[in-house]
Ligand binder design. Structure first.
Ligand code: SF4
Ligand code: SF4
Length: 440
């Protein structure tokens, strides 16, 4: 089966709530909870013990395999305990709790780590791995692994993904405005590591200021191994920022079902990841903080902010000023693909790009009724699945047939459920059908 790239939906974005808010400096929480699994792959192995003193940026857990990633102390302080905590997407993850030392230096000292132009490909990858950089677009795949394709899968194209198609989220937009040159330096490193021949920076046209900033910066920037990169202005459409979708849109290449972008000679990285790559290679800076958006119609002071990894959501309440009305739901990530939380005591981890508080009216889906066979979900699905048929297979517990019909390729974008006039929670059926197929 091959993907079909039509479909998509046009939800109202509400990005103006926070898009003009520069990314605020982080406040330092009294403690952080650092999950040892903030990435795709196996959890990191702790290298500290309870009672140890650590500085911001110190390694606290090393990768436990090839597809794994390091975790670093995000504040200076004392390791208070190690215990299992819920994260935004996992029920139980071994985590290191660090109590912050109020008298200690909390910033990572940004010392230039030599001339990056003299580094070999392996040295650059080594720095990215040592810094625990993972994809910041949500998937959390270790970046060093992504940048190490096997010899039989050469990569000729790099796409920098600044689409940020999820409603409400604006931290990538701000990052492109505030760290434009640094992102280009990160892109330059990625291009050099992969030996790519062309690079594109993809931005949706609801972020004209970012398109302008990138184009302007490109005119003044000299890549080491490329003439230049090209900014692509994309029409606004959800889920255009999904990796396979953006590759089809820009390169007209179709990543096969179950395959990877490198199968079609391409690698796509989020703009935040490129920034983290820059910091890792130029300064040996570990991934201890990231930009996120905290927003929603019921939030008093929506904003973008640098947050230390492991900061509890409950500790951030002070920075966004509380609520104008009781929120109906809190979502880690965007409202389309993010995950609803049942507690405010969840730590921010590497894959979290935003916290969205939805109002009661926004979460009220209305009464679910029967499928009226309108076909809208089919038109919306970006990979050509037939969600209504899959939903009926799952309802009848016919999981193997759902698998044959492609349910495992669903990447839970939510476009089908968004468009369904019968208010059927189609994504829940997809998730359930996929999970059952994994255990059968
Ligand atoms: S959630 Fe799955 S089935 Fe629904 S539109 Fe997205 S990819 Fe298609
Ligand atoms: S959009 Fe909803 S009502 Fe229409 S065919 Fe799909 S499941 Fe049925």
């Amino acid at each position: 089966m091959q993907y079909k790239f039509n479909g998509g939906v046009h939800p109202f974005t509400f990005k103006s709530l926070a898009s003009d808010r520069p990314i605020k400096k982080p406040f330092i929480p009294k403690k952080v909870v650092l999950p040892l699994l903030q990435h795709t792959g196996s959890p990191a192995e702790p290298v500290v013990a309870v009672g140890d003193t650590v500085k911001a940026g110190d390694l606290i857990a090393k990768p436990s395999g090839y597809i794994s990633s390091a975790v670093h102390a995000s504040v200076s302080g004392k390791v208070a305990r190690m215990a299992y905590f819920s994260t935004y997407n996992q029920p139980r993850v071994l985590s290191v709790v660090i109590e912050t030392d109020a008298d200690a230096e909390q910033d990572f000292r940004m010392k230039p780590a030599g001339d990056p132009d003299t580094l070999s490909r392996e040295e650059m990858i080594g720095r990215i791995r040592a810094a625990g950089v993972v994809g910041l677009g949500g998937a959390g795949f270790p970046t060093d692994v992504k940048l190490s394709p096997p010899a039989n899968k050469p990569v000729d194209t790099v796409i920098l993904n600044g689409a940020e198609c999820e409603p409400y989220l604006t931290c990538d937009h701000r990052l492109m405005l505030e760290k434009t040159k640094e992102i280009l330096k990160g892109l330059d490193i990625i291009v050099r590591i992969l030996g790519a021949k062309q690079a594109y920076i993809a931005i949706e046209n609801n972020k004209l200021s970012a398109i302008y900033a990138m184009e302007k910066a490109l005119k003044q920037y000299s890549f080491r191994s490329l003439k230049t990169a090209k900014v692509i202005s994309l029409n606004e459409k959800y889920p255009q920022g999904a990796e396979k979708q953006i590759i089809k849109v820009i390169l007209n290449r179709v990543v096969p079902a179950g395959g990877l972008p490198m199968d079609v000679g391409c690698v796509a990285n989020n703009v935040g990841t490129a920034y983290a790559v820059y910091e890792a290679v130029y300064f040996n800076k570990p991934l201890i903080e990231r930009a996120i958006t905290i927003t929603g119609k019921c939030v008093k002071d929506p904003l973008n902010i640098w947050v230390r990894m492991g900061t509890l959501l409950s500790d951030l309440k002070g920075v966004f000023g509380g609520f104008t009305a009781e929120p109906g739901k809190v979502i880690m990530g965007g409202p389309m693909m993010g995950i609803a939380q049942y507690s405010m005591d969840v730590p921010i981890s590497k894959g979290v790009g935003g916290i969205v508080f939805l109002t009661q009216e926004e979460i009220d889906p209305g009464r679910e009724s029967v499928c009226i066979r309108c076909g809208r979900c089919m038109d919306a699905c970006p990979i050509g699945l037939v969600p209504t048929t899959l939903m009926y297979r799952v309802k009848k517990e016919n999981f193997s047939e759902a698998k044959e019909l492609g349910i495992m390729n669903c990447y839970e974008c939510g476009a089908c459920a968004y468009t369904c006039p019968a208010k059927i929670p189609l994504v829940d059926y997809m998730k359930f059908g996929k999970a059952r197929n994994q255990v059968i």
